[in-house]
Design a protein around this ligand. Structure first.
Ligand code: 6GU
Length: 225
C-alpha cells in the first residue's frame, strides 16, 4: 500500500509513520509513506496556498491551484487507487471503511486546514471522496490522515506479526474486544478470572466470547442492531 499525503505539515506525518508498527511496516515494504508539501506546488510568488473566502466570513480557504498541481505530480496512480479529502462533513471513517480502503494499492489523502478547501477541488478531481473521523472539528487533516493510515496498515498482511490478534480485536467480528490480563495472577488483592488460569482452551474461548457479547451489549448496543 502506498500512502501519498498532501499536507502543509509533512513532518507530522513522517514523525508518526516512522515509529512503532507503521515504522516497521515501512521497513518491511508492507507500506510506503510519502508526505508531500503542497506549498511546494504553488505558483504564487509569496508561496501562498490560501485566501479569504468570497462572500466574507472568518478563516481562510485552501486555493485549488497548489492542490491540483500537487495531485498531478502523483499521476499515474497505482490502481486500484482511492483519493480522500479530510473534512468534518465527510463520510464517517469506521472499521468497514478501513477494510474497504485496505484493498487499494495507493491511497492519496488531502489534508485540509483553516476553513477547508475551495469547493471546486471536487470538480477538478472528481474521484475525490470526503471523509471524517468523527463528529468534532480538528484544526487540520493530519490527525485524521494518520488515524486512517494506522487503522488501515494494521489490516494489511504482514504489518502486525500475529494477524489473529487483529482478528480478535474490537470491531473485526462486529463486537468489542474481551478483557485482557497478564502476570501477576494476583496484584494488590485483585485476581485474574480463574478460567484464564485453567488451561482449558475451550472454556477460555467461551468466556472471552461471552465477555465480548456482554461488553458490547452494555457499552455499544448500537453495534448489535
Ligand atoms: Cl477529517 N478533518 C477535520 N479538520 N476535522 C475533523 C475531521 C477531519 N474528522 C473529524 N473532525
Amino acid at each position: 500500500m502506498k500512502f501519498s499525503i498532501l499536507t502543509l505539515f509533512p513532518e507530522i506525518i513522517d514523525a508518526y509513520a516512522s515509529a512503532s508498527i507503521m515504522g516497521r511496516a515501512c521497513k518491511q515494504g508492507v507500506i510506503e509513506v510519502k508526505a508531500i508539501n503542497f506549498r511546494d506546488f504553488t505558483t504564487d510568488p509569496h508561496r501562498k496556498v490560501d485566501d479569504s473566502p468570497f462572500g466574507g466570513g472568518s478563516g481562510m480557504v485552501l486555493t485549488c491551484q497548489p492542490l491540483e498541481s500537487a495531485f498531478e505530480s502523483l499521476l499515474p496512480l497505482q490502481q486500484p487507487a482511492r483519493v480522500l479529502m479530510t473534512t468534518p462533513t465527510g463520510r464517517r471513517f469506521d472499521h468497514a471503511f478501513a477494510l474497504e480502503l485496505s484493498e487499494a494499492q495507493q491511497l492519496v489523502i488531502f489534508c485540509g486546514h483553516y476553513e477547508g478547501f475551495d469547493e471546486r477541488i471536487k470538480g477538478l478531481i472528481p474521484q475525490i471522496e470526503e471523509v471524517s473521523i468523527g463528529d468534532y472539528v480538528l484544526t487540520g487533516g493530519e490527525l485524521p490522515a494518520l488515524s486512517m493510515m494506522d487503522a488501515i496498515t494494521r489490516l494489511l498482511p504482514g504489518a502486525v506479526q500475529k494477524f489473529t490478534s487483529v482478528q480478535a480485536d474490537s470491531f473485526y467480528d462486529g463486537l468489542l474486544d474481551h478483557p485482557h490480563y497478564t502476570r501477576p495472577a494476583e496484584y494488590k488483592g485483585l485476581k485474574v478470572p480463574d478460567v484464564l488460569l485453567s488451561g482449558n482452551h475451550a472454556a477460555i474461548q467461551q468466556w472471552r466470547k461471552a465477555q465480548s457479547e456482554e461488553r458490547t451489549r452494555r457499552l455499544r448496543p448500537d453495534l448489535l442492531s
